[in-house]
Design a protein around this ligand. Structure first.
Ligand SMILES: Nc1ncnc2c1ncn2[C@@H]1O[C@H](COP(=O)(O)OP(=O)(O)OP(=O)(O)O)[C@@H](O)[C@H]1O
Ligand SMILES: [Mg+2]
Length: 429
């Protein structure tokens, strides 16, 4: 299946390339005609050369400007790249990257004075792959001693492509913000990848959830949610939006009703012998938001204790069961979770639930918190996050490695009406 973020990345890339090519071509025309006089052959030749060089250089410069992982990168000359670690080790880039690019692959030759240790190569390869948004980078010894061939593979050669993928093209793209290189972070909600948002108090979780709900509602998604804080969800559609801590049982009942909905949708899939909710007529995506899950968990635990409920009747146990089922099976039925926590601790939601969240966002959080959601994040990126301003964080989406980003909320001046209306779509076909 073609992933939505891939599709989006390809579109962005194609769009930018086109703009650059047109701008470079226009610049060539101006220079050639205005300064050097008119010669059609020379004009066309210079257009091709300058455009090609500019397009390539801009692409590499954009890679360098990215943060986090790319902080270790240096532009040596002409847009060539090297990690600082490699430079310390005495590496030097010999090839010109754009000349080495062949379709989905790029080959560059690098020279090292000493033979770099395998661990250095592995680290450099992983860093380069991340920064270049490549699927993989490998170092191979060339025939000449001291020279290494660096192969950058952009697309996963085993990724599925083809006409079948097109029929399940994602449609509901939620813009979460932008990376440091300006590229958009897009969460494709109808891929069914649940989204976890963690961050300390005041880090921007609620602001981000509001933006997600606003966009999802505008895209025709059915919304429901549990908001024990009462600060996220607007009042007006209480059966689908459980707000505040007064009726704790209602939060659990909401999630249980979603499990029932999921069961009935799954039964329909079996009856019609299809595998995705998208193939069922009239079925919409359901986005379920759970604001401040830890606060809900603690409130339910206290309520269970106070009421002296037996283990099987405890609200907390019912909540955990419902969350587990939605996290594990919601995808097929088109039920997607967005859960916000201060920290996504395993004891809070269970490692099993957490592993089902393929979309992960960390706003300001401590190093241990980053390690829980983004084991692949560098130590520097994790340390920097503990002092991040509101809205700045790390994001990890299916098929895209962890990256620093700024959550940019959309205009939500009509938020209460839009979201309430989306909650009322429940049950409508
Ligand atoms: N993306 C953003 N860009 C700029 N400022 C932001 C952003 N997100 C949040 N803020 C600022 O930070 C403040 C706190 O944001 P928000 O209430 O969303 O955080 P929170 O993580 O939900 O906090 P709490 O844990 O207290 O609920 C907001 O009032 C806003 O001023
Ligand atoms: Mg909040």
């Amino acid at each position: 299946m073609v992933r939505g973020d891939e599709v989006n990345a390809i579109r962005l890339l194609a769009g930018r390339r086109l703009v650059r090519i047109l701008a470079a071509a226009a610049a060539c025309v101006v220079v050639w005609c205005g300064v050097l006089g008119w010669s059609p052959v020379g004009l066309i030749g210079s257009c091709i050369v300058v455009t090609g060089a500019w397009v390539s250089l801009r692409g590499w410069a954009a890679v360098v400007r990215q943060d986090g992982a790319s902080r270790g990168l240096r532009v040596l000359r002409d847009g060539l790249l090297l990690t600082s670690r490699m430079r310390e080790e005495g590496w030097e880039v010999l090839g010109i990257p754009w000349l080495g690019r062949r379709g989905a692959q790029l080959v560059m030759m690098v020279r090292s004075i000493d033979v770099p240790a395998a661990s250095v190569r592995t680290q450099a390869a992983a860093g380069l792959a991340q920064v270049m948004r490549a699927h993989a980078v490998t170092f191979e010894r060339a025939a000449v001693p001291g020279i290494w061939r660096v192969l950058v593979v952009y697309d996963d050669p085993f990724g599925r492509r083809g006409p079948q993928a097109r029929s399940v093209m994602p449609e509901i793209m939620i813009d979460l913000g932008r990376r440091e290189d300006g590229s958009r972070v897009v969460w494709v909600a109808d891929q069914g990848m649940h989204l976890a948002v963690q961050g300390g108090t005041g880090s921007g979780k609620t602001t981000m959830l509001r933006s997600i709900l606003q966009q999802a509602a505008a895209a025709g998604v059915t919304l429901s949610g549990s908001d024990v804080t009462g600060l996220l969800l607007p009042t007006g559609s209480e059966s689908r939006m459980v707000i505040g801590a007064r009726r704790l049982g209602a939060h659990v009942e909401l999630l249980e009703s979603l499990v029932e909905y999921m069961n009935s949708t799954t039964e329909q899939l079996a009856e019609r012998a299809v595998t995705s909710w998208r193939q069922l007529p009239g079925v919409r995506l359901h986005l379920v938001v759970v604001e401040e899950l830890p606060a809900l968990v603690h409130a339910l635990r206290a309520d269970d204790l106070r009421a002296g409920r037996r283990p099987g009747d405890r609200l907390l146990a019912r909540l955990e069961l419902a969350l587990q089922r939605l996290a594990a099976e919601g995808r097929k039925a088109g039920v997607v979770l967005v859960v916000a926590c201060q920290r996504f601790d395993a004891e809070l939601v269970g490692g099993f639930v957490r592993n089902n969240f393929a979309g992960r966002v960390s706003l300001r959080v401590d190093v241990a918190g980053v390690a829980m959601l983004h084991p692949a994040a560098s130590r520097e990126a994790a340390a920097a996050l503990s002092a991040a301003p509101p809205g700045v964080g790390l994001v990890e989406l299916p098929g895209l490695s962890v990256a620093r980003f700024l959550a940019e909320p959309v205009d939500d001046s009509n938020y209460p009406a839009t979201v309430t209306q989306a909650a009322r779509r429940w049950g409508r076909r």
